[in-house]
Design a protein around this ligand. Sequence first.
Ligand code: SF4
Length: 449
Amino acid sequence: MALSGLEIFKKLPKTNCKDCGFPTCLAFAMQLAAGKVELEKCPHISEEVKEALSEASQPPILKVEIGAGNDSFVVGEETVMFRHDRTFVNQNAFAVTVEDDMDSSKIEEIIKDVNEIAYERVGQILKLDAICIKNKSKDKDKFLEVTDKVASLTKIPLILVSSDTEILKSAAGKFKENKPLIHAATADNIDFFIALGKETGCPIAVRGKSFEDIAVVTGKMREAGIKNLVIDIGSRDFKDDYYNQIILRMAAIKQKNRLFGYPTIVFPGEMTDDPLKETLIASVFVAKYGSIIVLSNASHQNIFPLMVYRQNIYTDPRRPMQVEQKIYEIGSPDENSPVLITTNFSLTYFIISGEVESSKVPSWLLVMDVEGQSVLTAWAAGKFVPELIAQFVKKSDIAEKVKKKEIVIPGYVAQLQGELEDELGDGWKVVVGPREAGEVPKFLKEYSA
Ligand code: SF4
């Protein structure tokens, strides 16, 4: 559990020597608690205190990285039970299953789909995160062959699942540079996995059917210095697994129990044969609290709603999504094209720009920085008002780009029309556009006719 500044201060030398660049130990402690400075900046901390502080300053659910290089992903680092308490930190990963007894052509088709899935939504690219390869054949050569094939077809991280430790040892040894997640250590094979973890550095999934089972394995792993763990407490029954996820999160966050302070993996694809039910189950684990969600297939109708839902859950409510303040060219506008203005809330921008695009009327879209608020919110907050809009329009060089000094404002702020014309001066005319984005294409076609 993260320490407060005062708790950290109590462990510092309290000499106020300033070697860390701060005037006092207290000032340094406050910055350390806020995560703005590294512990190493103080050269006078003993090894013992250093260890205590670095352990205590870690989040209650540890960060675990799966994969290597640019395509790796990070899960964990969560600090709250509910999104409205603060925010969720690292979004869950979605993995798609490949079984090693599938036809080669089927495997190629799955990997092709996984590589191609990329939806752009409000400025973000929504993609799949991992491939989970299951050793259904129980055959070592087959598993290695399929893993080799998948690794050659995609760069996204792998999750290697087998009940045979020797097969996992061969696969982890061969693909250790890719840092796959190795599934799974249990109370029966713990020494084997401690050796494997130390040798390969690969993250390890810990499987147990009860909290006691999990605690035994994570406890021994911690003692051995292995902390890049992911917990699988699944019985593959939705009701049980849902309950387990909540208890695990409570144990880590509320009770600060380090033995349960790891990201989790869940398998909705093993809880039902019905694709629709699987998607519904997966959506529950997006919110509560699956860190890696393994799906049985990569069909678009299942993946897309899950990704959009994940994007909503993991958006930081304190930071509105926003786009850059500038003049956006939609189509290939020229000196006769209409000029519209809106705010830089991502959703507003993408909806309006999409409607302008579908109108097929090339246009200039001025997007004004109002700290990511929508039109009405920004107006109510005094950020989208005539004086500020006029300043922005004058500073942009839109007047150099068009012959007609006319600007279309959103219909919801029609009341700004007269005052904005006064503020703009210089012959500018303000036109009131539609209130709803869906009416923009019709409006533009008539306006530019
Ligand atoms: S270097 Fe260490 S002892 Fe010196 S002021 Fe900074 S925190 Fe205190």
